[in-house]
Design a protein around this ligand. Structure first.
Ligand code: NAD
Length: 496
């Protein structure tokens, strides 16, 4: 049985832990590997190694640091399909979708190679006689990242390349559900020329995260995952005076105007709601039909009933299994609750199986109509292939509905009207907006800007804000005396 190693001080090593978890293929429950819950000493050692490496890494010229990212991006491209296949095995994504997971991560590494232009300070000369003020952007020290199961390539790549190119060192605690993908990313990072100790990986769950949250030498923590865990990490991390950014759960609405292109609306709703088995934080879980567009729901049902989950190597599979049996059970109980609470279940994927893979965590496409905001299927993040339809009369009602929702990760409007689009993008209280685009995840020269209950923190992930998150600004005020000029005692704080 493959035992997933830790990565400490530039060495892959076997954990001495007595506690190990199985890494399962969710399509058939085959045990692929075992992952350790790292011991307290191992976590301490990883942080100490990152602290030690920071002493020299921070002084490596930024151009050299950036060149490692260029090589890394190239290596990731060369190993693109191989990494995608690992994702397929441990998470069950279809091959096309897994390739997207890798590619969206590579784009962040490419942007990390461009980080120096975002690390430029500001200068004002002659702020007083012979005095100039300028700022330097400098790394923080040891940063840590805690990542979720659903994008095992992309989300670790949101974090460590940018933190490290800025001059920090990093401790990654990946999801215990699919740790094989991040370990391959780490091997390639070393191959790209990353010095020993710059990146560490510790495996584990709550206890290991707690240790990171409490450790004096960790300066900043990036988290992506569920709301409950994100709140805990934000509270505890900031209470321990760390810089924390947490990208958390979502309930994303797609608003359909009656003037939109019907076929495009239906195709985009199908892909964005059940794609990746609904396990995307930017996936669409609520369709808001405005006015007469509600007549399209029958066609939506027909389109959804034609798609089926399946194994990653089945070309006809629209999406894969849920990540765990527990996740599947939770989704089924929410579907049952939706029916109990009076939503109209037009398509029920609760009883779904895939021939030859009967033990897989399959859930079929599920469609509810006449959903109201008080229902559990509307309030809770289902994170499964379940789409809830809400009917309203006007765009203003749709905007009010979305603005009342506690989450604010992503939303989308499908329309042929520029005026409607402008009103929507201006008034909507959501951080990432698509106009005729269902999943508006920004490319990494922007930042990933969830709002409200979908994000805790100040500076968002990647882009310019990511660089700000992983750096300090130092402001220098400098005077150079000309010749023998003498400055007398200055009793005020004015610069003279
Ligand atoms: P999760 O919160 O269960 O786990 C995330 C990480 O936290 C894992 O590394 C896990 O080991 C760790 N963890 C779990 N319980 C913990 C605890 N009690 N204390 C400390 N650490 C703990 O999330 P998940 O199920 O892996 O991922 C799905 C969630 O992630 C969804 O809610 C989804 O919306 C969210 N997500 C958000 C974004 C975003 O950008 N906003 C992106 C991807 C996923």
């Amino acid at each position: 049985m493959h035992q997933v190693p830790l990565y400490i001080g530039g060495e892959m090593r076997q954990s001495t832990s007595s506690q190990w978890l199985d890494v399962l293929n969710p399509a058939n429950q085959e045990v692929l590997a075992q992952v350790p819950l790292a011991t307290e000493d191992e976590v301490n050692e990883a942080i100490a190694s990152a602290k030690e490496a920071f002493k020299t890494w921070k002084d490596v010229p930024v151009t050299e640091r950036a060149r490692i990212m260029m090589r890394y991006a190239q290596l990731l491209k060369e190993h693109h399909d191989e990494i995608a296949t690992i994702i397929c095995h441990e998470l069950g994504k279809t091959f096309e979708d897994a390739k997207g997971d890798v590619w969206r991560g590579i784009e962040v590494v490419e942007q990390a190679a461009n980080a120096p232009s975002n690390m430029m300070g500001e200068t004002v000369s002659n702020v007083a006689r012979n005095i100039d003020t300028y700022s330097l952007i400098q790394p923080l020290g040891v940063c840590a990242g805690i990542t979720p199961f659903n994008f095992p390539a992309m989300i670790p790549l949101w974090m460590f390349p940018l933190a490290i190119v800025c001059g920090n060192t990093f401790v990654l605690k990946p999801s215990e559900q699919d740790p094989l993908t991040p370990m391959r990313l780490v091997e390639l990072f070393e191959e790209a020329g990353a010095p020993k100790g710059v990146l560490q990986v510790v495996h584990g769950a709550k206890d290991q995260v707690n240790q990171i949250l409490e450790h004096d030498d960790v300066r900043a923590i990036s988290f992506v995952g569920s709301c409950a865990v994100g709140q805990y990490i934000y509270d505890k991390g900031t209470a321990n005076l760390k810089r924390v950014q947490c990208c958390v759960g979502a309930k994303n609405h797609l608003v359909v105007m009656p003037d939109a292109h019907k076929e495009n609306v239906i195709n985009n709703l199908v892909g964005s709601s059940v794609g990746a088995a609904g396990q995307r934080c930017m996936g669409i879980s609520v369709a808001v039909f405005v006015g007469q567009s509600k007549q399209w729901v029958d066609d939506l049902k027909t389109a959804l009933s034609k798609v089926h989950p399946g194994t990653w190597d089945n070309q006809d599979a629209a999406y894969g299994p849920q990540t765990t049996a527990a996740a599947k059970e939770r989704i089924l109980s929410l579907i049952a609750k939706g029916k109990e609470e009076g939503a109209e279940c037009l398509l029920d994927g609760s009883d779904c199986t895939v021939e030859g893979y009967e033990k897989g965590n399959w859930v079929g496409p599920t469609l509810f109509a006449n959903v109201t905001p008080d229902m559990a299927i509307y309030r809770e993040e289902i994170f499964g292939p379940v789409l809830c339809c809400v009917f309203v009369d006007t765009l203003e009602e749709a905007i009010a509905l979305i603005n009342d929702n506690p989450y604010g990760n992503g939303t989308s409007l499908f329309t042929a009207s520029g005026a409607a689009a402008r009103k929507f993008q201006h008034h909507i209280e959501v951080g990432q907006v698509g106009i005729n685009v269902p999943i508006p995840v920004p490319l990494p020269f922007f930042s990933f800007t969830g709002w409200k209950g979908s994000f805790y923190g100040d500076q968002h992930t990647y882009g310019k804000q990511g660089v700000r998150f992983y750096t300090e600004t130092k402001t220098i005020t400098a005077r150079w005396f000309e010749d023998d000029a003498v400055s007398g005692p200055n009793m005020s704080i004015n610069l003279k």
